[in-house]
Design a protein around this ligand. Structure first.
Ligand SMILES: [Zn+2]
Length: 143
């Protein structure tokens, strides 16, 4: 389960719309709670490091960008708890590529952006044996 505020949802939707027709991506910064639950305290937008051509269907976070995000999190005694990215004109469901590049524990939020507007946002967690993603329950947090 992941706890998110409306403000964070809006920020991710807007980032997806801004970068359309390319994929946007960013980090989820917050805390790991008990029982594998997570709380998002900040969304950390980062640029898309891919070549123009590949931007439409894959996202990549540069190591220095991840490091900058981790440092920003650590300064506030927080952690990187997951990642978000958009799927332009595709459902909010992780692709095979996403599964191959995912890690257990983290949350993966996918925003579906159709014709430039965000339509659907879902959170996913990888099965421990890395075979698939499972939908992750989203709970509304305090602003
Ligand atoms: Zn994807």
């Amino acid at each position: 389960m992941i706890v998110l505020t409306d403000q964070q949802l809006v920020a991710m939707n807007e980032h997806g719309e801004r970068d359309y027709p390319y994929e946007c991506c960013g980090l989820l910064i917050g805390r790991f709670l008990q029982d594998g639950h997570k709380e998002v305290l900040e969304t950390f937008p980062i640029s898309n490091a891919r070549e123009e051509e590949a931007k439409r269907n894959r996202f990549l976070i540069r190591p220095e960008e991840l490091l900058a995000g981790e440092r920003a999190a650590q300064q506030k005694s927080l952690d990187v708890i997951g990642f978000y990215h958009s799927h332009p004109d595709e459902p909010a469901v992780p692709s095979k590529y996403d599964l191959e590049h995912a890690w257990p524990i983290y949350s993966y939020i996918v925003v579906s952006v159709r014709d430039g507007s965000a339509r659907d946002l879902r959170s996913w967690e990888m099965e421990a044996d890395r075979s698939r993603f499972n939908p992750e329950e989203m709970l509304k947090g305090q602003e």
